[in-house]
Design a binder for this molecule. Structure first.
Ligand code: G16
Ligand code: MG
Length: 213
């Protein structure tokens, strides 16, 4: 008996991946670190510090230096965020969200991003959600189930009553670990472990999801 839909932000509601990419690329260039789009793909849904660790690829640095680097990357990223607006909502996601609410479902955002509230504010959809969880909400990032479990608790529903929409492998893993229904958005080699997969956001069909699960 599904009561709530929990949405990942980056890759499901909007696509800020390109801005993350450009910001990491700038930092990597400044630091002489090897980075490209292929490595960037591995950062999908991964927290800021975990992303830096992937880029460092085993290279050990002092904690304060790593903190300075992630702060610098975030400053570049926030510059891009100033430019985003309602037009950056993917496809017909806003009308889909409104429809789910009208049908009586609770809806939430559960993003790894510490900038999630800022992004939602600029997209002008913050008020639609019953609750918003972000990169500050729990200690253990995706693929740990914590962020989704925390979100279900705030919604007042059981994990089994939640459907999670995710574009990242780490997010699908987190949803499955939380004992929720996982709907993947993207190629099978990325989100194929989900209960149901759509290749892109425009194809997500909520009626079908409710029928099939
Ligand atoms: C998003 C992105 C990730 C990013 C993470 C942390 O997660 O997909 O690439 O590294 O947030 O972002 P920030 O540096 O803003 O805290 P999600 O969960 O919304 O896909
Ligand atoms: Mg995502």
């Amino acid at each position: 008996n599904i009561k709530a839909f929990i949405f990942d932000l980056d890759g499901v509601i909007t696509d800020t991946a390109e801005y993350h990419y450009k910001s990491w690329q700038k930092l990597a260039d400044e630091e002489g670190l090897f980075f490209n789009r292929e490595i960037n793909e591995q950062l999908r849904g991964v927290s800021r510090m975990d992303s830096l660790e992937i880029i460092l690829d085993g290279k050990e640095l002092a904690e304060d230096l790593k903190k300075e680097m992630t702060d610098r990357k975030n400053a570049y990223y926030q510059k891009y965020l100033e430019k985003i607006s309602k037009e950056d909502i993917l496809d017909d996601m806003e009308s889909k969200l409104i429809e789910l609410k009208e049908q009586g479902f609770k809806i939430a955002v559960a993003s790894s991003s510490r900038n999630a509230r800022k992004v939602l504010k600029n997209l002008k959809i913050s008020d639609l959600f019953d609750t918003i969880s972000d990169g500050n909400s729990v200690e253990n990032a995706k693929p740990a189930p914590d962020l989704f479990l925390h979100t279900a608790e705030k919604l007042g529903v059981e994990a089994e009553e939640c459907v999670v929409l995710e574009d990242a492998e780490s997010g699908v893993d987190a949803a499955l670990a939380a004992n929720m229904i996982a709907v993947g958005v993207g190629p099978d080699d990325r989100v194929g472990k989900a209960h149901l997969v759509y290749s892109k956001v425009a194809e997500i069909d909520f009626e079908e999801i409710l029928e099939k699960i």
